[in-house]
Design a binder for this molecule. Structure first.
Ligand code: ADE
Length: 216
């Protein structure tokens, strides 16, 4: 089973390079996930391809119009069922490893990357099943949040990571435990030493040395 992720964005180019680099690229090459980015502008119906308009009640800036979103989302919904329709927003539920684990079990995920305060709220009301915040700060748009979600989900799909990169012994996988820092050669660099317990090569000691709790 290949997971499918559809992202709808007014600035699709901002997603292209991160989605086609490193492990996310490899996951797609290995057919573990198919990621489709839909350009909102392709669903504008007027001849000027307008996707934004002035907000009712005034206020600064422009809003993304509802119709192109509705057209695009309804077309996708006609084709398949989605387990999650994710709407990144600073007002959403805080994203964490538990949620990533849950999303990683899905067959089909849709992410609506609007702009904060920049999208007609009827899109969220009508379609969003999961409103997600990636932190208590405001981004310019949902694209970076979409990338955070995609990256954290795709690496959990079996066969995406190699054994040595395995997600099974991840930080945060069980509770609030983070891994101890890693080192490679040289053993001493600019007077800074790799801890003796790691250099000893003693497996048992080493495992014990590997738990470390968060510093904040
Ligand atoms: N869009 C703007 N800011 C965001 C945030 N912190 N999390 C998710 N989506 C956002």
């Amino acid at each position: 089973m290949t997971m499918r992720i559809d992202v709808i964005s007014a600035v699709p180019d901002s997603l292209t390079s991160p989605l086609n680099t490193s492990i996310l690229k490899r996951a797609q090459d290995r057919k573990k996930v198919e990621i489709y980015v839909h350009n909102l502008r392709d669903y504008a119906y007027d001849k000027h391809k307008q996707i934004d308009d002035k907000p009712f009640g005034g206020g600064p800036g422009m809003l993304l119009k509802p119709e192109p979103f509705f057209e695009c989302i309804e077309k996708l919904l006609d084709q398949r069922k989605y387990d999650h329709i994710i709407f990144p927003t600073p007002g959403g539920r805080f994203y964490d490893q538990k949620l990533a684990n849950k999303f990683s079990l899905a067959n089909n995920i849709m992410i609506i990357a609007g702009h904060y305060k920049g999208i007609d709220d009827r899109v969220r009301q009508k379609f969003a099943t999961d409103e997600i915040s990636i932190g208590n700060y405001v981004l310019t748009g949902g694209e970076i949040a979409a990338l955070v979600i995609i990256d954290s989900v795709v690496r959990l799909i079996p066969g995406v990571l190699n054994d040595s990169e395995s997600a099974l012994n991840d930080s945060l996988m069980d509770g609030d435990i983070i891994e101890a820092p890693y080192y490679t050669r040289p053993a001493v660099y600019r007077g800074m030493e790799v801890p003796e317990v790691l250099r000893s090569g003693n497996e048992k000691k080493l495992r014990r040395g590997k738990k470390s709790s968060r510093k904040f």
